[in-house]
Design a protein around this ligand. Structure first.
Ligand code: ATP
Length: 366
């Protein structure tokens, strides 16, 4: 079993200028055995620190960390049965690829024949057999990345830790490596904990995702759940591209009164909003839930808004279009068949079946 568990884990750093910085604040979660779990959040949110605490490269200020059933608070990194893949690959430039792969195993005093066998196995899994005699400088970014993963594989750990391993690759290679990492995870049957600031990477790789902001875990959920039911405005705005739109409104009966238009709330949703009657709320609606009526096969009776589009961007199969509601900037996304153009007046349908409401003070979803 290679579960990883955080119980009330806190990490504070002493910063010369800012004093105490709380990089991770009271984190609690369990990564399941054989799970692919992704930490995602903006720069400085505490995701790398969380990973480094699992690896034992950073000691938590308080709280407990378990790997398997073992409390590892005082266990040395090399004895934690983990292997970490770093963003910069950390390959030794003067060694051949084979020597790089063998290095950790030699340190563990693994017999030579076994080292040979493990390297050959990893090389076959990663299709790097023809690179073994080269030096790192003779490899492309994608190949170096594969070697860094290979170095982790030969150690046969029960937990793999990845710290932004794809961020030095170009966009096309990143997509390819994402697929490879997913396949590798299935094949190795190991627990994987992966850190990235890229929400697309998180959504495509993670079986579950931990969204962090300013040292706090905002939500832990499967990708679809995060997208459909975000806990708060941070998660709603971070997951999804373009992000969810937020529009200031006041709730009045079954109406949402915005600065320059009014929306009608589907009746089945009203019950959960009743505490907010007469109050300010934030309407959250995703770009794909704002449709151009020229694409609809029916004429909706409510939630139609006339707007002049500021800009339309062509993405091939889709269009992004920009307009405003009061002083809130709003983005919509439709099929290119809508043939929208900038600076023209259009009729838009807001599909409030897909709406969310947020409390403007706490930013929590209502
Ligand atoms: P990034 O994506 O930029 O790597 P991150 O989410 O991984 O960001 P961390 O590196 O975990 O964030 O940092 C979290 C917070 O802790 C930041 O405010 C950072 O400045 C601070 N921090 C991290 N390491 C140290 C350190 N060794 N000394 C002081 N402060 C630190």
């Amino acid at each position: 079993m290679a579960e990883v568990k955080f119980i009330n884990v806190v990490k504070e750093f002493e910063d010369e200028r800012k004093g105490k910085v709380r990089a991770v604040n009271d984190a609690n979660f369990t990564v399941k055995d054989k799970e692919f779990l992704v930490f995602v959040g903006p720069s400085g949110c505490g995701k790398t620190t969380s990973l480094r605490m699992i690896a034992g490269l950073e000691r938590q200020s308080s709280g407990d960390i378990y790997i398997g059933n073992r409390l590892v608070n005082k266990v040395h990194p090399k004895d934690r049965d983990i292997a970490m893949v770093f963003q910069d690959y950390a390959l030794y430039p003067h060694m051949t690829i084979k020597e790089n792969l063998a290095f950790g195993l030699k340190n563990l005093k693994t017999p030579k024949a076994e080292i040979e066998k493990k390297i050959n196995e990893a090389a076959a899994i990663l299709s790097i057999e023809n690179l073994l005699d080269r030096k790192p400088r003779e490899l492309s970014g994608g190949q170096k990345q594969r070697i860094a993963v290979g170095r982790a594989i030969v150690r046969n750990p029960s937990v793999f830790l990845f710290d932004e391993p794809l961020s030095n690759l170009d966009a096309k290679l990143r997509v390819q490596m994402r697929v490879e990492l997913s396949e590798l995870h299935k094949r190795l049957g190991a627990t994987v904990i992966y850190v990235t600031h890229d929400q697309v990477e998180a959504m495509t790789l993670g079986q579950r995702i931990v969204v962090m902001n300013q040292g706090e875990i905002q939500q832990i959920a499967a990708p679809e759940e995060l997208y459909e039911n975000p806990n708060n405005m941070f998660v709603a705005g971070f997951i999804g591209s373009p992000p969810m739109n937020f529009i200031k409104c006041r709730l009045d009966g079954n109406k949402l009164i915005a600065a320059d238009c009014t929306f009608t709330i589907p009746s089945e949703k009203l019950e959960k909003y009743k505490k907010y009657q007469g109050k300010e709320v934030i309407l959250g609606i995703r770009p794909e839930d704002i449709l151009s009526t020229n694409l609809l096969s029916y004429q909706p009776e409510t939630n139609i808004v006339q707007r002049t589009l500021k800009v339309v961007e062509h993405l091939g199969a889709e269009l992004l279009f920009y307009f405003s509601v009061g002083d809130d900037q709003v983005t919509g996304r439709v099929s290119a068949d809508a043939k929208l153009t900038g600076l023209t007046k259009v009729e838009l349908f807001f599909n409030l079946e897909k709406m969310h409401l947020f409390d403007p003070t706490t930013q929590v979803r209502i």
